[in-house]
Ligand binder design. Structure first.
Ligand SMILES: NC(=O)c1ccc[n+]([C@@H]2O[C@H](COP(=O)([O-])OP(=O)(O)OC[C@H]3O[C@@H](n4cnc5c(N)ncnc54)[C@H](O)[C@@H]3O)[C@@H](O)[C@H]2O)c1
Length: 258
């Protein structure tokens, strides 16, 4: 299918690589004009250039940067239909080793970034009479957790709360607010920094038997951004191959032939 976002203007923050890059590419493929904001300048510019979009260096944790990105988009395209905050940081740190500064940084980027974009996108979307605000949450925090992710889990669970609060308040303006909760997604960073043993171990814990692709996640974003999702607000789509379903490790059944 193509053309589902024809004529739409989208901002995607955190699209210099990984999931966000796939979201930006999929939006462009579906006909949207895409403006990328990311703190990685060279990589962000390269992705924007490849999809015929624009780029502005943006630290999503800084409200002024996010406001500047939205202002740039309006100046360039005259409207803003879809606003995605996907940027996230995920340092592995036990709570006992997490300084107040570490805590503020993770919460400030992951959750604060979502507040910053929702706040900045509100005025133009209100003036247009509608829009789509979309955040990348995670199964980590809202559904499951492992050690070393206290700040990260809190930030992602917080995103789900913000989604519901903003969806309720912004419904008066025809703006929907939703999110995607990815499970374990095979990005270049995971391919590079984790060994084959880690990946095989993760695959064994996922009922569908594989890690997700960035495209799997992007497909959910395209749906939520499209007209097909016009009556959906205040919720998330879990894209995890069934990872949160098992009660324990022993969930494989013998496959019976028909
Ligand atoms: N990969 C996974 O398995 C997975 C699972 C669940 C949730 N997520 C979430 O998906 C999102 C993307 O993850 P990814 O795996 O593609 O990561 P990634 O590190 O490949 O991409 C994150 C992007 O965000 C950008 N970024 C980081 N800090 C920023 C800041 N302060 N301002 C602007 N941009 C900033 C990075 O430069 C990068 O382009 C994150 O929010 C992450 O928490 C990922």
């Amino acid at each position: 299918m193509s053309g589902r976002l024809e004529g739409k203007v989208a901002v995607v923050i955190g699209a210099a690589g990984g999931i966000g890059q796939s979201v930006a590419e999929s939006f462009a493929r579906e006909g949207a004009k895409v403006v990328i904001g990311d703190s990685k300048e060279a990589e962000g510019r390269a992705v924007a250039q490849a999809i015929g979009g624009d780029f502005l260096a943006t630290d999503v944790g800084r409200h002024d940067d996010v406001q500047a990105l939205v202002d740039f988009t309006i100046a360039r395209h005259g409207r803003l239909d879809i606003a995605v905050q996907n940027a996230g940081i995920y340092p592995w740190q036990l709570i006992e080793d997490t300084s107040p500064g570490d805590w503020d940084r993770v919460l400030g980027v992951n959750l604060g970034g979502c507040f910053n974009l929702a706040r900045a996108a509100l005025a133009p979307m209100k003036a247009q009479g509608g829009g789509r605000i979309l955040f990348t949450s995670s199964i980590t925090g809202p559904r499951v957790v492992g050690p070393g992710h206290g700040h990260y889990a809190a930030s992602k669970a917080g995103i789900n709360g913000l989604i519901r609060a903003a969806a309720l308040e912004f419904s008066a303006y025809g703006i929907t607010v939703n999110g995607v909760e990815p499970g374990n997604i095979l990005t270049d960073a995971i391919r590079l920094h984790r060994g084959a043993a880690y990946i095989a171990d993760m695959e064994a814990s996922i009922p569908l038997g594989r890690l997700g692709s960035t495209r799997d996640v992007a497909n959910a974003f395209v749906f939520l951004a499209s007209d097909d999702a016009s009556y959906i607000t205040g919720t998330t789509i879990i894209v995890d191959g069934g990872q949160i379903l098992p009660e324990g490790n022993d969930f494989r059944i013998e496959v019976k032939s028909l």
